[in-house]
Design a protein. Structure first.
Length: 154
Protein backbone atom coordinates (compact mmCIF):
# COMPACT_ATOMS: atom_id res chain seq x y z
CA UNK A 1 0.00 0.00 0.00
CA UNK A 2 2.96 2.34 0.48
CA UNK A 3 3.27 2.60 -3.30
CA UNK A 4 -0.31 3.91 -3.81
CA UNK A 5 -1.54 7.46 -3.87
CA UNK A 6 -4.54 8.22 -1.64
CA UNK A 7 -6.65 8.76 -4.77
CA UNK A 8 -5.83 5.19 -5.87
CA UNK A 9 -7.14 3.56 -2.69
CA UNK A 10 -10.46 1.71 -2.60
CA UNK A 11 -13.41 3.96 -1.76
CA UNK A 12 -15.03 2.97 1.55
CA UNK A 13 -18.36 4.39 0.43
CA UNK A 14 -20.98 4.49 3.18
CA UNK A 15 -19.36 1.69 5.21
CA UNK A 16 -17.55 4.08 7.59
CA UNK A 17 -17.28 2.63 11.10
CA UNK A 18 -16.42 4.45 14.33
CA UNK A 19 -13.16 2.52 14.65
CA UNK A 20 -11.97 3.39 11.12
CA UNK A 21 -8.94 5.66 11.03
CA UNK A 22 -8.15 8.95 9.32
CA UNK A 23 -4.61 10.09 8.54
CA UNK A 24 -3.75 13.40 10.23
CA UNK A 25 -0.68 15.61 9.97
CA UNK A 26 -0.43 17.07 13.49
CA UNK A 27 1.18 20.51 13.96
CA UNK A 28 1.72 21.20 10.23
CA UNK A 29 3.05 24.72 10.83
CA UNK A 30 5.49 23.60 13.53
CA UNK A 31 6.95 20.11 13.67
CA UNK A 32 4.66 17.97 11.48
CA UNK A 33 4.02 14.46 12.78
CA UNK A 34 1.90 11.77 11.08
CA UNK A 35 -0.83 10.47 13.38
CA UNK A 36 -4.18 8.73 13.14
CA UNK A 37 -7.57 9.50 14.66
CA UNK A 38 -10.71 7.34 14.72
CA UNK A 39 -13.82 8.34 12.82
CA UNK A 40 -15.69 8.29 16.14
CA UNK A 41 -13.34 10.88 17.64
CA UNK A 42 -13.47 13.05 14.52
CA UNK A 43 -17.24 13.41 14.82
CA UNK A 44 -17.54 13.41 18.62
CA UNK A 45 -14.88 16.04 19.28
CA UNK A 46 -15.07 18.62 16.51
CA UNK A 47 -12.56 21.27 17.69
CA UNK A 48 -14.26 24.27 16.10
CA UNK A 49 -17.70 25.54 15.07
CA UNK A 50 -19.57 23.57 12.44
CA UNK A 51 -20.80 25.30 9.30
CA UNK A 52 -22.85 24.12 6.36
CA UNK A 53 -21.19 25.22 3.13
CA UNK A 54 -24.00 23.79 1.03
CA UNK A 55 -26.30 26.28 -0.69
CA UNK A 56 -29.82 26.58 0.75
CA UNK A 57 -32.85 25.65 -1.31
CA UNK A 58 -34.30 29.07 -2.18
CA UNK A 59 -36.79 30.48 -4.63
CA UNK A 60 -39.83 29.07 -2.85
CA UNK A 61 -42.32 31.92 -2.72
CA UNK A 62 -45.83 31.62 -1.36
CA UNK A 63 -48.52 32.59 -3.85
CA UNK A 64 -51.52 31.19 -2.00
CA UNK A 65 -52.29 28.43 -4.52
CA UNK A 66 -49.15 26.59 -5.66
CA UNK A 67 -47.69 23.75 -3.61
CA UNK A 68 -44.01 22.94 -3.89
CA UNK A 69 -41.71 20.24 -2.59
CA UNK A 70 -39.23 21.02 0.17
CA UNK A 71 -36.18 19.11 -1.04
CA UNK A 72 -34.34 16.55 1.06
CA UNK A 73 -31.04 17.08 -0.76
CA UNK A 74 -30.15 20.38 0.91
CA UNK A 75 -29.81 20.88 4.66
CA UNK A 76 -31.63 24.24 4.66
CA UNK A 77 -34.74 25.43 2.82
CA UNK A 78 -35.81 29.07 2.81
CA UNK A 79 -39.49 29.87 2.14
CA UNK A 80 -40.75 33.40 1.51
CA UNK A 81 -44.45 33.84 2.28
CA UNK A 82 -44.43 37.64 2.34
CA UNK A 83 -47.12 37.93 -0.35
CA UNK A 84 -49.25 34.86 0.39
CA UNK A 85 -49.46 31.57 2.27
CA UNK A 86 -47.20 28.75 1.09
CA UNK A 87 -48.04 25.05 1.13
CA UNK A 88 -45.24 22.55 0.69
CA UNK A 89 -44.64 18.84 0.94
CA UNK A 90 -41.62 17.08 2.45
CA UNK A 91 -40.59 13.62 1.27
CA UNK A 92 -39.06 11.05 3.59
CA UNK A 93 -35.36 11.52 4.27
CA UNK A 94 -32.67 9.04 5.27
CA UNK A 95 -32.12 7.83 8.83
CA UNK A 96 -30.38 10.50 10.91
CA UNK A 97 -30.84 13.28 8.36
CA UNK A 98 -31.27 16.83 9.73
CA UNK A 99 -33.47 19.30 7.81
CA UNK A 100 -33.94 23.01 8.61
CA UNK A 101 -36.81 25.06 7.19
CA UNK A 102 -36.83 28.85 7.57
CA UNK A 103 -39.67 31.34 7.04
CA UNK A 104 -37.70 34.18 5.42
CA UNK A 105 -40.74 36.39 4.89
CA UNK A 106 -40.13 40.10 5.34
CA UNK A 107 -43.56 40.94 6.72
CA UNK A 108 -47.11 39.84 7.25
CA UNK A 109 -48.40 36.73 8.92
CA UNK A 110 -48.80 34.42 5.96
CA UNK A 111 -48.30 30.81 6.94
CA UNK A 112 -45.71 28.40 5.65
CA UNK A 113 -47.40 25.00 5.97
CA UNK A 114 -45.27 21.90 5.38
CA UNK A 115 -46.91 18.50 5.04
CA UNK A 116 -44.28 15.74 5.41
CA UNK A 117 -45.02 12.28 4.04
CA UNK A 118 -44.50 10.98 7.59
CA UNK A 119 -44.44 13.26 10.65
CA UNK A 120 -44.28 12.19 14.29
CA UNK A 121 -46.92 13.89 16.43
CA UNK A 122 -49.05 15.34 13.66
CA UNK A 123 -49.48 15.86 9.94
CA UNK A 124 -48.27 19.45 9.37
CA UNK A 125 -45.57 21.88 10.48
CA UNK A 126 -46.64 25.53 10.39
CA UNK A 127 -44.38 28.58 10.50
CA UNK A 128 -46.81 31.48 10.80
CA UNK A 129 -44.54 34.52 11.11
CA UNK A 130 -41.32 35.89 9.62
CA UNK A 131 -38.27 34.40 11.30
CA UNK A 132 -39.90 31.19 12.47
CA UNK A 133 -38.09 27.96 11.74
CA UNK A 134 -38.25 24.20 12.18
CA UNK A 135 -35.36 21.81 12.72
CA UNK A 136 -36.27 18.19 12.02
CA UNK A 137 -34.54 14.82 12.15
CA UNK A 138 -35.63 11.79 10.11
CA UNK A 139 -35.60 8.70 12.30
CA UNK A 140 -37.65 5.48 12.40
CA UNK A 141 -39.32 6.38 9.06
CA UNK A 142 -40.68 9.72 10.34
CA UNK A 143 -39.68 13.37 10.58
CA UNK A 144 -39.44 14.58 14.18
CA UNK A 145 -39.43 18.31 14.96
CA UNK A 146 -36.54 18.68 17.42
CA UNK A 147 -36.17 22.45 17.49
CA UNK A 148 -36.49 25.74 15.74
CA UNK A 149 -38.18 29.03 16.54
CA UNK A 150 -41.89 28.60 17.32
CA UNK A 151 -42.93 25.86 14.83
CA UNK A 152 -46.44 24.45 15.31
CA UNK A 153 -46.97 20.72 14.80
CA UNK A 154 -50.61 19.78 14.29
Amino acid sequence: MADKKITQLTDLGSALAGVDLFHVVDDPSGTPINKSVSAENIFNYIPTWLGLAQTSQTGIVGDGSTSSTIDVTSAVTEVNATSATHAGSLDDGVAGQIKMILNTSTGGTNNVVITPDNLAGGTTITLDAPGESAVCIFKASKWYVIGGHNPTVA
